[in-house]
Design a binder for this molecule. Structure first.
Ligand SMILES: NC(=O)c1ccc[n+]([C@@H]2O[C@H](COP(=O)([O-])OP(=O)(O)OC[C@H]3O[C@@H](n4cnc5c(N)ncnc54)[C@H](OP(=O)(O)O)[C@@H]3O)[C@@H](O)[C@H]2O)c1
Length: 321
Protein backbone atom coordinates (compact mmCIF):
# COMPACT_ATOMS: atom_id res chain seq x y z
CA UNK A 1 0.00 0.00 0.00
CA UNK A 2 0.99 3.63 -0.41
CA UNK A 3 1.82 5.56 2.76
CA UNK A 4 3.44 8.80 3.90
CA UNK A 5 6.43 7.64 5.94
CA UNK A 6 9.39 8.92 7.97
CA UNK A 7 11.51 6.84 10.33
CA UNK A 8 12.99 9.64 12.45
CA UNK A 9 11.72 12.98 13.72
CA UNK A 10 12.57 15.60 11.15
CA UNK A 11 11.42 18.46 8.97
CA UNK A 12 8.66 18.40 6.36
CA UNK A 13 11.30 17.40 3.77
CA UNK A 14 11.73 14.03 5.55
CA UNK A 15 8.23 12.91 4.45
CA UNK A 16 8.27 10.29 1.66
CA UNK A 17 5.41 8.44 0.00
CA UNK A 18 6.47 4.78 -0.15
CA UNK A 19 5.03 1.34 -0.88
CA UNK A 20 4.89 -0.63 2.37
CA UNK A 21 3.08 -3.86 3.38
CA UNK A 22 -0.64 -3.65 4.20
CA UNK A 23 -0.95 -4.10 8.00
CA UNK A 24 -2.82 -7.08 9.49
CA UNK A 25 -5.28 -6.45 12.33
CA UNK A 26 -4.25 -7.86 15.73
CA UNK A 27 -6.85 -9.13 18.24
CA UNK A 28 -9.45 -6.42 18.98
CA UNK A 29 -8.30 -4.38 15.98
CA UNK A 30 -10.02 -3.61 12.72
CA UNK A 31 -8.39 -2.66 9.47
CA UNK A 32 -9.73 0.45 7.79
CA UNK A 33 -9.49 1.28 4.10
CA UNK A 34 -8.82 4.99 4.59
CA UNK A 35 -10.90 7.32 2.44
CA UNK A 36 -9.88 10.65 3.93
CA UNK A 37 -7.58 12.01 6.60
CA UNK A 38 -6.28 15.48 7.43
CA UNK A 39 -2.86 17.01 7.72
CA UNK A 40 -3.01 19.14 10.84
CA UNK A 41 -0.87 20.92 13.41
CA UNK A 42 -0.73 17.83 15.63
CA UNK A 43 0.64 15.84 12.66
CA UNK A 44 3.29 18.52 12.29
CA UNK A 45 4.24 18.17 15.98
CA UNK A 46 4.44 14.37 15.69
CA UNK A 47 6.47 14.71 12.47
CA UNK A 48 9.07 17.09 13.89
CA UNK A 49 8.97 15.84 17.49
CA UNK A 50 8.62 19.46 18.62
CA UNK A 51 7.98 20.62 21.23
CA UNK A 52 10.31 17.89 22.61
CA UNK A 53 7.68 16.96 25.17
CA UNK A 54 5.78 15.45 22.24
CA UNK A 55 8.39 12.65 22.03
CA UNK A 56 7.38 11.40 25.46
CA UNK A 57 4.07 10.36 23.87
CA UNK A 58 4.89 9.83 20.18
CA UNK A 59 8.03 7.77 20.88
CA UNK A 60 11.61 8.26 22.06
CA UNK A 61 14.17 8.45 20.48
CA UNK A 62 12.21 7.63 17.28
CA UNK A 63 8.52 7.91 16.46
CA UNK A 64 6.68 4.71 17.45
CA UNK A 65 4.70 4.77 14.20
CA UNK A 66 6.70 5.50 11.01
CA UNK A 67 3.57 6.32 8.98
CA UNK A 68 2.36 9.89 9.61
CA UNK A 69 -1.23 10.83 10.42
CA UNK A 70 -3.53 11.10 13.41
CA UNK A 71 -7.09 10.87 12.07
CA UNK A 72 -9.05 8.80 9.59
CA UNK A 73 -12.44 8.27 8.00
CA UNK A 74 -12.92 5.11 5.99
CA UNK A 75 -14.48 1.69 5.59
CA UNK A 76 -13.73 -1.40 7.69
CA UNK A 77 -12.20 -4.03 5.41
CA UNK A 78 -10.94 -6.69 7.86
CA UNK A 79 -11.73 -7.69 11.44
CA UNK A 80 -9.26 -8.99 14.03
CA UNK A 81 -10.04 -11.77 16.53
CA UNK A 82 -12.44 -10.80 19.29
CA UNK A 83 -14.01 -7.81 17.54
CA UNK A 84 -17.77 -7.75 18.16
CA UNK A 85 -19.10 -4.25 17.56
CA UNK A 86 -17.76 -3.61 14.05
CA UNK A 87 -18.13 -5.49 10.77
CA UNK A 88 -16.63 -5.35 7.30
CA UNK A 89 -18.26 -2.48 5.38
CA UNK A 90 -18.91 -0.23 8.40
CA UNK A 91 -18.03 3.42 7.82
CA UNK A 92 -15.88 4.64 10.73
CA UNK A 93 -13.80 7.58 11.88
CA UNK A 94 -11.18 7.94 14.58
CA UNK A 95 -8.38 9.99 16.06
CA UNK A 96 -5.20 9.36 18.06
CA UNK A 97 -3.18 12.45 18.93
CA UNK A 98 0.20 10.73 19.31
CA UNK A 99 0.33 9.51 15.71
CA UNK A 100 -1.50 6.41 14.52
CA UNK A 101 -0.31 6.08 10.91
CA UNK A 102 -3.41 7.20 9.02
CA UNK A 103 -1.71 8.86 6.03
CA UNK A 104 -1.94 5.52 4.25
CA UNK A 105 -4.34 3.44 2.22
CA UNK A 106 -4.94 1.12 5.20
CA UNK A 107 -4.60 1.49 8.94
CA UNK A 108 -5.28 -0.94 11.81
CA UNK A 109 -6.89 0.52 14.91
CA UNK A 110 -8.07 -0.94 18.19
CA UNK A 111 -11.83 -0.89 18.63
CA UNK A 112 -11.14 -0.04 22.28
CA UNK A 113 -9.70 3.34 21.27
CA UNK A 114 -11.27 6.52 19.85
CA UNK A 115 -13.43 5.24 17.04
CA UNK A 116 -17.07 5.78 16.05
CA UNK A 117 -19.32 4.64 13.24
CA UNK A 118 -20.13 7.45 10.81
CA UNK A 119 -23.86 8.19 10.80
CA UNK A 120 -25.66 8.05 7.44
CA UNK A 121 -25.64 11.30 5.53
CA UNK A 122 -22.21 12.50 6.73
CA UNK A 123 -19.40 12.20 4.21
CA UNK A 124 -15.80 11.18 4.91
CA UNK A 125 -14.31 14.65 4.40
CA UNK A 126 -16.78 16.35 6.71
CA UNK A 127 -16.42 13.87 9.56
CA UNK A 128 -12.63 13.60 9.45
CA UNK A 129 -12.44 17.40 9.69
CA UNK A 130 -14.31 17.07 13.02
CA UNK A 131 -11.49 15.16 14.72
CA UNK A 132 -8.30 17.01 15.67
CA UNK A 133 -9.14 20.70 15.94
CA UNK A 134 -12.69 20.23 17.22
CA UNK A 135 -11.27 18.01 19.98
CA UNK A 136 -8.89 20.77 21.09
CA UNK A 137 -11.56 23.48 20.79
CA UNK A 138 -13.95 21.38 22.89
CA UNK A 139 -11.20 20.87 25.46
CA UNK A 140 -10.54 24.61 25.68
CA UNK A 141 -14.16 25.30 26.30
CA UNK A 142 -14.94 22.51 28.74
CA UNK A 143 -12.26 23.76 31.14
CA UNK A 144 -14.29 26.88 32.00
CA UNK A 145 -17.85 27.60 33.11
CA UNK A 146 -19.52 29.28 30.15
CA UNK A 147 -22.88 30.92 30.64
CA UNK A 148 -25.30 32.38 28.10
CA UNK A 149 -24.60 36.09 27.90
CA UNK A 150 -20.83 35.68 28.40
CA UNK A 151 -18.71 37.55 25.88
CA UNK A 152 -15.75 35.62 24.49
CA UNK A 153 -12.98 36.69 22.15
CA UNK A 154 -11.54 34.02 19.83
CA UNK A 155 -8.20 35.03 18.35
CA UNK A 156 -7.70 33.18 15.04
CA UNK A 157 -11.20 32.58 13.70
CA UNK A 158 -9.89 30.99 10.50
CA UNK A 159 -7.72 28.44 12.25
CA UNK A 160 -8.93 24.87 12.56
CA UNK A 161 -9.26 25.23 16.34
CA UNK A 162 -10.57 28.81 16.21
CA UNK A 163 -13.26 28.09 13.63
CA UNK A 164 -14.43 25.12 15.70
CA UNK A 165 -14.37 27.20 18.91
CA UNK A 166 -16.55 29.94 17.36
CA UNK A 167 -19.21 27.38 16.43
CA UNK A 168 -19.08 25.49 19.73
CA UNK A 169 -19.47 28.78 21.65
CA UNK A 170 -22.48 29.82 19.58
CA UNK A 171 -24.28 26.56 20.45
CA UNK A 172 -24.08 27.71 24.09
CA UNK A 173 -25.58 31.15 23.53
CA UNK A 174 -22.28 32.97 24.00
CA UNK A 175 -21.57 36.32 22.32
CA UNK A 176 -18.47 35.79 20.20
CA UNK A 177 -16.01 38.32 18.84
CA UNK A 178 -13.48 36.69 16.52
CA UNK A 179 -10.22 38.00 15.09
CA UNK A 180 -8.82 37.15 11.66
CA UNK A 181 -7.16 38.73 8.63
CA UNK A 182 -9.44 41.18 6.76
CA UNK A 183 -9.66 38.95 3.68
CA UNK A 184 -11.38 36.24 5.77
CA UNK A 185 -13.90 38.35 7.69
CA UNK A 186 -16.92 37.02 5.74
CA UNK A 187 -15.81 33.41 6.28
CA UNK A 188 -15.68 33.93 10.03
CA UNK A 189 -19.01 35.77 10.09
CA UNK A 190 -20.50 32.77 8.29
CA UNK A 191 -19.39 30.57 11.19
CA UNK A 192 -21.74 32.58 13.42
CA UNK A 193 -19.40 35.08 15.10
CA UNK A 194 -21.35 38.14 16.32
CA UNK A 195 -18.51 40.51 15.58
CA UNK A 196 -15.37 39.98 13.54
CA UNK A 197 -12.24 42.12 13.92
CA UNK A 198 -9.87 42.43 10.97
CA UNK A 199 -6.49 42.30 12.63
CA UNK A 200 -4.85 44.68 10.14
CA UNK A 201 -7.39 47.37 11.05
CA UNK A 202 -7.89 47.01 14.79
CA UNK A 203 -5.61 45.79 17.56
CA UNK A 204 -8.15 43.94 19.70
CA UNK A 205 -5.97 44.28 22.80
CA UNK A 206 -6.28 48.09 22.60
CA UNK A 207 -10.09 48.24 22.41
CA UNK A 208 -12.23 49.38 25.34
CA UNK A 209 -13.91 45.98 25.62
CA UNK A 210 -14.32 43.55 28.47
CA UNK A 211 -14.44 39.83 27.79
CA UNK A 212 -15.19 36.99 30.16
CA UNK A 213 -12.74 34.75 28.31
CA UNK A 214 -10.08 35.19 25.64
CA UNK A 215 -9.39 32.01 23.66
CA UNK A 216 -6.16 32.57 21.77
CA UNK A 217 -6.75 29.75 19.32
CA UNK A 218 -3.63 30.52 17.24
CA UNK A 219 -1.41 31.30 20.21
CA UNK A 220 -0.24 34.57 18.66
CA UNK A 221 -1.12 36.90 21.53
CA UNK A 222 -0.05 36.85 25.18
CA UNK A 223 -1.70 37.01 28.60
CA UNK A 224 0.06 40.32 29.37
CA UNK A 225 -1.52 41.89 26.25
CA UNK A 226 -4.97 40.43 26.83
CA UNK A 227 -5.18 41.13 30.57
CA UNK A 228 -6.56 44.69 30.09
CA UNK A 229 -9.48 43.42 27.99
CA UNK A 230 -10.46 40.70 30.47
CA UNK A 231 -13.21 41.37 33.02
CA UNK A 232 -12.30 40.84 36.69
CA UNK A 233 -12.02 37.03 37.13
CA UNK A 234 -11.62 36.78 33.35
CA UNK A 235 -9.66 33.86 31.89
CA UNK A 236 -7.06 33.64 29.09
CA UNK A 237 -6.52 30.29 27.36
CA UNK A 238 -3.95 29.78 24.62
CA UNK A 239 -3.36 26.86 22.28
CA UNK A 240 0.38 27.50 22.54
CA UNK A 241 2.82 27.34 25.44
CA UNK A 242 3.97 30.92 24.66
CA UNK A 243 7.49 32.39 24.93
CA UNK A 244 9.52 30.42 27.52
CA UNK A 245 6.42 28.27 28.13
CA UNK A 246 4.96 31.25 30.02
CA UNK A 247 1.38 30.01 29.68
CA UNK A 248 2.28 26.94 31.71
CA UNK A 249 3.91 29.07 34.42
CA UNK A 250 0.95 31.47 34.45
CA UNK A 251 -1.47 28.54 34.66
CA UNK A 252 0.25 27.59 37.94
CA UNK A 253 0.71 31.08 39.38
CA UNK A 254 -2.36 33.11 38.31
CA UNK A 255 -4.93 31.00 40.20
CA UNK A 256 -3.03 31.94 43.39
CA UNK A 257 -2.07 35.56 42.63
CA UNK A 258 -4.35 38.07 40.89
CA UNK A 259 -7.96 38.11 39.80
CA UNK A 260 -7.41 37.19 36.12
CA UNK A 261 -6.31 33.67 35.31
CA UNK A 262 -4.52 31.65 32.64
CA UNK A 263 -5.64 28.08 32.03
CA UNK A 264 -3.51 25.71 29.97
CA UNK A 265 -5.85 22.89 29.03
CA UNK A 266 -4.68 19.29 28.80
CA UNK A 267 -6.89 17.79 26.10
CA UNK A 268 -8.02 14.39 27.36
CA UNK A 269 -10.91 12.05 26.47
CA UNK A 270 -10.92 12.17 22.70
CA UNK A 271 -13.94 9.86 22.42
CA UNK A 272 -16.05 12.30 24.45
CA UNK A 273 -15.11 15.14 22.05
CA UNK A 274 -15.87 12.97 19.01
CA UNK A 275 -19.30 11.98 20.33
CA UNK A 276 -20.11 15.57 21.29
CA UNK A 277 -19.12 17.06 17.93
CA UNK A 278 -20.77 14.26 15.93
CA UNK A 279 -24.07 15.02 17.66
CA UNK A 280 -23.71 18.70 16.73
CA UNK A 281 -23.00 17.76 13.11
CA UNK A 282 -26.15 15.62 13.07
CA UNK A 283 -28.24 18.45 14.49
CA UNK A 284 -26.82 20.91 11.96
CA UNK A 285 -25.09 23.03 14.61
CA UNK A 286 -21.50 22.29 13.56
CA UNK A 287 -19.88 22.27 10.13
CA UNK A 288 -16.10 21.99 10.14
CA UNK A 289 -14.27 24.66 8.19
CA UNK A 290 -12.40 22.95 5.35
CA UNK A 291 -9.65 24.58 3.30
CA UNK A 292 -10.30 24.93 -0.44
CA UNK A 293 -6.95 23.23 -1.01
CA UNK A 294 -7.03 19.45 -0.70
CA UNK A 295 -4.15 17.07 -1.45
CA UNK A 296 -3.76 13.50 -2.69
CA UNK A 297 -1.68 11.00 -0.69
CA UNK A 298 1.12 11.43 -3.27
CA UNK A 299 1.17 15.13 -2.30
CA UNK A 300 1.59 14.47 1.45
CA UNK A 301 4.82 16.48 1.63
CA UNK A 302 3.16 19.48 -0.07
CA UNK A 303 0.25 19.20 2.36
CA UNK A 304 2.66 19.26 5.34
CA UNK A 305 4.44 22.32 3.86
CA UNK A 306 1.14 24.11 3.48
CA UNK A 307 0.13 23.35 7.08
CA UNK A 308 3.58 24.44 8.31
CA UNK A 309 3.14 27.78 6.48
CA UNK A 310 0.48 28.77 9.06
CA UNK A 311 -1.72 29.87 6.15
CA UNK A 312 -4.30 27.11 6.09
CA UNK A 313 -7.96 27.90 6.53
CA UNK A 314 -9.54 25.40 8.91
CA UNK A 315 -8.81 21.76 8.10
CA UNK A 316 -6.67 20.42 5.25
CA UNK A 317 -7.98 17.19 3.73
CA UNK A 318 -5.70 14.47 2.37
CA UNK A 319 -7.78 12.49 -0.14
CA UNK A 320 -6.98 8.80 -0.10
CA UNK A 321 -9.80 6.49 -1.15
N1 LIG B 1 -2.33 22.83 22.83
C1 LIG B 1 -2.57 21.80 22.02
O1 LIG B 1 -2.81 20.68 22.46
C2 LIG B 1 -2.55 22.03 20.53
C3 LIG B 1 -2.99 21.04 19.65
C4 LIG B 1 -3.01 21.31 18.29
C5 LIG B 1 -2.57 22.54 17.84
N2 LIG B 1 -2.09 23.45 18.71
C6 LIG B 1 -1.63 24.77 18.27
O2 LIG B 1 -2.78 25.54 18.06
C7 LIG B 1 -2.50 26.53 17.08
C8 LIG B 1 -3.65 26.60 16.13
O3 LIG B 1 -3.76 25.40 15.38
P1 LIG B 1 -4.75 25.41 14.14
O4 LIG B 1 -4.61 24.12 13.43
O5 LIG B 1 -6.08 25.85 14.56
O6 LIG B 1 -4.06 26.60 13.33
P2 LIG B 1 -4.08 26.90 11.85
O7 LIG B 1 -5.33 26.38 11.25
O8 LIG B 1 -2.77 26.52 11.26
O9 LIG B 1 -4.15 28.49 11.94
C9 LIG B 1 -3.81 29.20 10.86
C10 LIG B 1 -4.84 30.28 10.65
O10 LIG B 1 -4.66 31.31 11.64
C11 LIG B 1 -4.62 32.55 10.99
N3 LIG B 1 -3.72 33.47 11.66
C12 LIG B 1 -2.38 33.54 11.54
N4 LIG B 1 -1.90 34.51 12.33
C13 LIG B 1 -2.93 35.07 12.95
C14 LIG B 1 -3.06 36.12 13.89
N5 LIG B 1 -2.00 36.81 14.35
N6 LIG B 1 -4.28 36.42 14.33
C15 LIG B 1 -5.35 35.76 13.89
N7 LIG B 1 -5.29 34.76 12.98
C16 LIG B 1 -4.10 34.41 12.52
C17 LIG B 1 -4.10 32.26 9.61
O11 LIG B 1 -4.61 33.23 8.75
P3 LIG B 1 -3.78 33.73 7.44
O12 LIG B 1 -3.76 32.59 6.50
O13 LIG B 1 -4.60 34.87 6.94
O14 LIG B 1 -2.42 34.09 7.96
C18 LIG B 1 -4.68 30.89 9.30
O15 LIG B 1 -5.95 30.94 8.70
C19 LIG B 1 -1.18 26.16 16.46
O16 LIG B 1 -0.21 27.06 16.93
C20 LIG B 1 -0.92 24.77 16.93
O17 LIG B 1 0.45 24.49 17.09
C21 LIG B 1 -2.09 23.24 20.05
Amino acid sequence: MKASVRYNYGPVESVQVLDIPIPEPKPNEIRINVMATTVNRTDLGVLTGKPYLMRAFAGFPKPKVPVTGTDFAGVVDKIGDGVKDFKVGDRVWGFGDNGIGTHAEYVCFSTERNILKIPDGIDFHKIVACAEAAHYAYNFLNKVKLEPGNHVLVNGGTGAIGSAAVQLLKTKGITVTAVCHSIDVDKVKALGADRVIALEKVDFTQEKMAYDFVFDAVGKSRFSLCKPILKPKGIYISSELGPNWENLTFALSTPIFGDKKVIFPIPLNILESMNYVQQLVLSGQFTPLIDDRTFSLDEAKAAFSYVASGKKIGNVILRIG
